[in-house]
Design a protein around this ligand. Structure first.
Ligand SMILES: Cc1cc2nc3c(=O)[nH]c(=O)nc-3n(C[C@H](O)[C@H](O)[C@H](O)COP(=O)(O)OP(=O)(O)OC[C@H]3O[C@@H](n4cnc5c(N)ncnc54)[C@H](O)[C@@H]3O)c2cc1C
Length: 422
């Protein structure tokens, strides 16, 4: 049993109850605990991490849905010991499958060696590529907070207004952003499009050597023993108390709801939160189908997978020695039966060797990210009055960064309330 759950001894009556041990709840609880406040975390699941968890399956590490942390997320460095996480980085850029072969595409400003390959790749006109380079240059120089305040519209409308052709959109931008924002229709906020493109241009996608679940595990380990109570589903909250499915009524001056958006909306009577689903299919292969550590994009639009990673090329620890782990992401879809279609698709990319791949698992997450349609406003209020607080990716940006930031911001609001009432 991990240390944070080792002791079942009750702390003195907590000053704050946090409902949910995802990244937001853990970040919030840790900040409160570090400020010397008594806090208890009630988690419905059998482990911490929420949407960021990892499992061992036949010697492979499988995250519960393919996802990556972007090293340019400011909250990663602010809240985590990155060295201890042993981040394994993707190479910037991508391989794009266009129907015949995979083309290498990269940002020549970061990797001059990619310039020629990118110029030759049939993923857009020369004008598209020049426009993209200029956009990346501009975004690099702009503070993300400014980008989150710019006029908002859908990502598709912003791409069109930027003058990109449908060739670049369909072969590159849609599979890339549809994959990251779990929204192949590109209906999400152009503010998020700019922020993510900037994050990609200034950092790297990365996974911890031990799996994405190492991120919440590190946050939880920093909590005093006994802080997190697993298997404890909260059915109702009210000012000063939370009622659990086990029939307990726990009291505390402040209650923070750190569940996903739809559950938080139900518990707190907030407006409904839209859901973007995602399906990830994991395969064991005898050998890597592609070399290198780049994400592979479906530039044909045929799907069902929009992007694919040979994850053991990036993080060899994810697979037993001599084995290969491939994950295919079907963003925006909840399809438990999609594995055969994905395997048929990847056979078209990489040939008959794909027939020998072993399907390890399919993860379907109905609420993978909250919707962020325009007009999208990050930094939604976390203090709801009467001692009730809320945090999670639905209060800030729909991402690991947003969840961590939201938890920290919410803890600061609770600390301010505690200080004001002292
Ligand atoms: C497949 C997939 C791909 C993704 N890709 C990326 C990516 O590449 N990059 C990125 O930045 N982000 C990505 N995300 C989004 C990111 O994982 C989330 O934004 C983030 O983890 C949300 O954290 P959270 O703490 O707000 O919510 P959650 O992780 O949902 O945590 C909420 C917690 O509350 C618990 N809970 C719920 N109801 C109750 C209850 N009634 N009582 C007690 N506990 C309860 C849950 O069990 C859970 O542990 C992806 C997500 C998925 C699923």
């Amino acid at each position: 049993m991990p240390a944070y759950d080792r002791s079942r001894t009750e702390p003195d009556r907590p000053e704050a109850i946090v409902v949910g041990a995802g990244l937001a709840g853990l970040a919030c609880a840790r900040r409160l605990a570090e400020a010397g406040r008594r806090v208890v975390v009630l988690e419905a699941g059998d482990g911490v991490g929420g949407r960021v968890r990892s499992d061992r399956v036949d010697g492979f590490t499988l995250d519960r849905g393919f996802q990556v942390a972007l090293t340019s997320y400011p909250e990663l460095a602010a809240q985590l010991d990155l060295e201890a996480l042993e981040l394994r980085r993707f190479d910037p850029g991508a391989l794009v499958f266009t129907g015949r072969r995979c083309w290498r595409v990269g940002d020549p400003l970061r990797r001059p060696g990619d310039a020629l390959a990118s110029a030759l790749a049939p993923i857009g006109t020369p004008a598209d590529k020049a426009r993209l380079a200029l956009l990346l240059l501009r975004l690099r120089r702009t503070d993300p907070r400014t980008l989150l305040r710019q006029p908002d519209r859908t990502t598709a409308a912003a791409i069109e207004a930027l003058g990109f052709t449908s060739l670049l959109t369909e072969r590159f931008l849609r599979p890339l952003f549809g994959g990251i924002q779990l929204d192949p229709a590109l209906t999400t906020s152009s503010r998020m499009f700019s922020v993510i493109l900037r994050a990609l241009a200034t950092g790297y996608g990365a996974v911890p050597a031990a799996g994405m679940g190492a991120i919440p595990a590190q946050l939880a380990t920093a909590l005093p023993a006994g802080t997190v109570r697993l298997g404890c589903r909260v059915l109702a909250v009210e000012p000063g108390a939370a009622r659990t499915a086990g029939g307990d009524r726990l009291e505390a001056r402040y209650v923070v709801v750190a569940t996903d958006g739809p559950v938080a909306a139900g518990l707190l009577g907030l407006p409904p939160v839209a859901s973007r689903p995602a399906t990830s299919v994991w395969f064991a292969a005898a050998a890597p189908p592609a070399a290198g550590r780049r994400i592979v994009l479906d530039g044909t639009g045929a799907g069902p997978a929009h992007n694919v990673a040979v994850l053991s090329n990036v993080a060899p620890e994810y697979a037993p020695s001599g084995h290969t782990l491939v994950v295919a992401a079907c963003p925006g879809a909840a399809r438990p039966d999609v594995a055969p279609d994905v395997q048929a698709q990847l056979r078209r990319w990489w040939g008959p060797a794909v027939d020998g791949w072993r399907h390890l698992r399919t993860d379907v997450v109905d609420h993978a990210q909250p919707g962020s349609s325009p007009p999208f406003s990050p930094r939604r209020p976390v203090a709801l009055g009467e001692g009730l607080f809320v945090c999670g990716d639905h209060r800030d940006t729909p991402s690991i960064q947003g969840a961590l930031f939201s938890g920290r911001r919410c803890a600061d609001a609770v600390l301010a309330a505690l200080a004001a009432s002292a």
